[in-house]
Design a binder for this molecule. Structure first.
Ligand SMILES: [Fe+2]
Ligand SMILES: [Fe+2]
Length: 198
């Protein structure tokens, strides 16, 4: 089967648009986090947004093999979420849910690509899906911790380092204000469980 006339080509275009949209939504989310002083949360969201960009970039490498032979614009019909607003906590919950939806799409797209014989593209869909599932877990983790007010708390004593001046403390909780430079707690690195580290 020619890629041009396949369902897989449609799925590639849909996935590309969805990745571009996810990236931009996460930039919005990040913008809101930064505006509230949550530098550390913004840093994680920014890394996820950048990973969405790279998903889009790799999808594009397959799309361009078809479209380089034409000057026509491509029509894409895709359903996208537009749910994130200015509530930082809610944005994390919604982003986790969006990642879950993406994972469902990629599983279907992978199966279709396998049926149509595009095994390299099926593998790309499979790899991206694995990352989206991790993104879902990270957003959920951050949502729960923010909701509980435990973003900067740990079960065991750990080292908290102020990124602004290098001051360090060993405690179960981070300092609210850095005693050396007055930086706020929200600028400190959020301790992610090992399996969720980016
Ligand atoms: Fe992605
Ligand atoms: Fe993602």
């Amino acid at each position: 089967m020619e890629l041009r006339n396949s369902k897989t080509f449609e799925n590639l275009k849909k996935a590309f648009i969805a990745e571009c949209s996810a990236r931009t939504r996460y930039e919005f989310v990040e913008y809101g986090q930064r505006a509230k002083g949550y530098e550390s949360l913004a840093k994680i969201t920014d890394e996820i947004a950048y990973q969405e960009f790279n998903h889009a970039r790799m999808l594009y490498t397959h799309i361009e093999k078809v479209t380089e032979k034409t000057i026509n614009n491509e029509e894409v019909c895709v359903s996208l979420p537009f749910r994130q607003r200015w509530n930082m906590e809610e944005n994390l919950r919604l982003s986790a849910s969006d990642e879950g939806d993406e994972a469902v799409f990629y599983l279907e797209a992978q199966k279709t690509a396998e049926e149509e014989g595009f095994l390299d593209i099926a593998n790309l869909f499979k790899m991206i899906r694995q990352v989206e599932l991790k993104h879902q877990k990270i957003f959920n983790y951050l949502y729960e911790k923010l909701k509980d007010g435990t973003l900067f708390k740990s079960q065991t004593s750990k080292r908290w380092t102020c990124p602004s001046c290098g001051y360090e403390s060993m405690d179960k909780e981070a300092f609210e204000i850095c005693p050396l430079c007055q930086a706020k707690m929200e600028t400190l690195e959020i301790p992610l469980p090992r399996e969720l580290m980016l």
